[in-house]
Design a protein around this ligand. Structure first.
Ligand code: 2DT
Ligand code: MG
Length: 213
């Protein structure tokens, strides 16, 4: 009997309003329509006990968790999902993940006195994505997609810092691919989908890898 082929771990990163959530949902729909098993995940996963603490921090600016503690909670929120992710991947399901460790590092290390090295440490050992897409908007398009929400971090200063860190990841990491997200939803979708289908075939016989910063 032939061994079950594993699914691929695909992550989408990008600043607010770059279209991450829209693209993630659409990708899962199209994969399923093509009979490719796929599941949508997003971090933070606000449904768990840890996720509810994170949600409180993001939505209530009076919430007094310090920068180190909230960083570790975001990381713990990924660790608490590791077994579930491994089991889905090893059973042949491709995971489309809206934000992952890179958002954790980018947002926390944008803060004062939070070193990148310290922020990376708790992410080591999590499952390494097979592919990370960075959805990148042109400046004109970013300006056109106006309107921040009310959550913590939803401001220009933070988004710019984070955007620069994403660009650095795209240069340094071997699993990153930059996508021009200024096109229509369908244009961006078609490009992402074609790349993912290739990646699924490419990794199906390879073991899962671990993040190692
Ligand atoms: P959403 O708007 O995507 O729900 O994210 N964040 C996210 C961190 O600071 N650390 C992390 O590890 C992750 C996954 C980014 C809510 C905010 O949480 C930030 C925006
Ligand atoms: Mg948000």
């Amino acid at each position: 009997m032939s061994k079950i082929k594993r699914g691929a771990l695909i992550v989408i990163e990008g600043v607010d309003r770059s279209g991450k959530s829209t693209q993630c949902k659409k990708l899962v729909d199209t994969l399923l329509k093509n009979k490719i098993p796929a599941v949508l995940m997003n971090f933070p996963d606000r449904t768990t006990v840890i996720g509810r603490l994170i949600n409180e921090y993001l939505t209530n600016k009076k919430c007094k968790l310090n920068d180190q503690a909230i960083h570790l909670l975001f990381s713990a929120n990924r660790w608490e999902n590791v077994e579930k992710m491994k089991s889905l991947l090893n059973n042949g399901t491709t995971l489309i993940v809206d934000r992952y460790s890179y958002s954790g590092i980018a947002f926390s290390s944008s803060k004062k006195d939070m070193s990148t090295e310290w922020c990376k440490a708790p992410e080591n050992g999590l499952i390494k994505p097979d592919l990370v897409f960075l959805l990148k908007l042109s400046q004109e398009e970013a300006a056109r997609r106006t309107g921040f929400g009310d959550e913590r971090y939803e401001n220009t200063e933070m988004q710019e810092k984070v955007s620069n860190i994403y660009s650095a990841f795209a240069k340094e990491e071997d699993n990153w691919q930059v996508i021009d997200a200024s096109g229509t939803v369908d244009e961006v979708h078609n490009e992402l989908f074609a790349t993912i289908v290739k990646k699924i075939t490419e990794v199906s016989d390879l073991p899962l890898q671990q993040l190692h910063f």
